[in-house]
Design a protein around this ligand. Sequence first.
Ligand code: NAD
Ligand code: 3PG
Length: 391
Amino acid sequence: MHKILTLNNIALAGLDRLPRDNYEVASEITHPDAILLRSYKMHDMEIPPTVKAIGRAGAGVNNIPVERMTQQGVVVFNAPGANSNAVKELVLAGLLMASRNIAQAWEFAKGLSGDDSEINKAVEAGKKSFVGFELPGRTLGVVGLGAIGVRVANAAHALGMRVIGYDPTITVRSAWQLSSDIQQALSVDDLVSKCDFITFHVPLVDSTRHMINAERLKCMKKHSVLLNFARSGIIDDEAAVAALDSGHLYAYICDFPSNLLKDHPRCITLPHLGASTTEAEENCAVMVADQIRSYLEDGNITNSVNFPDITLPRNGGHRIAVVNSNVPNMLGQISTELADSNLNIIDMLNRSRDNVAVTLIDVDRAPDEATLERIAGIAGVLSVRCLGCSG
Ligand SMILES: NC(=O)c1ccc[n+]([C@@H]2O[C@H](COP(=O)([O-])OP(=O)(O)OC[C@H]3O[C@@H](n4cnc5c(N)ncnc54)[C@H](O)[C@@H]3O)[C@@H](O)[C@H]2O)c1
Ligand SMILES: O=C(O)[C@H](O)COP(=O)(O)O
């Protein structure tokens, strides 16, 4: 029985991928084999030593201590692209909310009183305060052209906007998906000075923290709009508020409310809603549950943020899955132990990524505990599992 601890609500469509005759899934469970979560902050959590895998039903993994998990041989998965359409749609809404002053106008309308003829009079007198502008011909800068950024760039272009993108590590896959009409910026500074709107779709890491600060805000065009549907911390919010107050920035649309932002008249904050659609929640949950199941049952890895991809089809043998440091002579030592136990290797695959390596070995009969213990005792081995050995 595999035990799965959930730290957030995970869509049922995903949990249903884990058959209950073989999986126990609960928000409170001892000795879990794997953890499923969304935005729960794991950094201060004591992670049980039984955990072999963590599945983030979403994109960002800054809430997970990925480096510590790698050192402990724990694979971390996410669900790349599974919520990208949901975020794209909310960014498009953000562009329109800013350009047409929708939130402010709605507040005004909610505050109207009197009979309908008085309301109508107040509407006609008041609407001039909310005059907006149109998107075609305006320039949108997209920083980060991954799953979300590419969709946002293409959709904004389809609305008639001129779009400039910046991503120094764009993947070949994203480059293929990006409309050839999207222009390339040479740097964030190059992009910032040319745009009426700038939207960010990068992960929160040291190099992206405060990508927009007071200095860069000064280089932005007067009356431009910032959108942050990536993470709190990517924009220096204090600097953004100062720019809103001085009138340099027209609006700030942000998915991460704070005391500083939530009541500002030119800032619209939403409660981290980017991925909150039924479709995105299901896509993420299904993708990550399938990945966790494949890892627990077969040792295969797809869409990990810290381990190599590895897939070895099952051929009926007994499978040993080893996670080890990526150093010389690991395979030699492991196969020596198997030979000493008179086990014949039917199939084997080894993959590495940075400092970690994964080896899947199918052997002709179930290894005994002593063999597994000897492999676990090899210096550099982080974990050893025998998959399907008891049957
Ligand atoms: N608001 C929400 O609910 C919500 C939903 C999904 C994702 N997100 C956030 O959005 C981020 C992006 O998601 P995604 O699915 O597009 O991820 P992704 O990995 O597909 O794309 C990220 C892109 O950013 C690029 N990048 C990294 N550093 C960069 C830099 N310094 N300058 C420019 N580009 C850089 C990468 O090359 C990559 O192409 C996630 O990490 C997450 O934090 C938020
Ligand atoms: O990185 C993500 O996928 C988003 O921030 C979504 O977070 P959520 O799953 O908590 O809505």
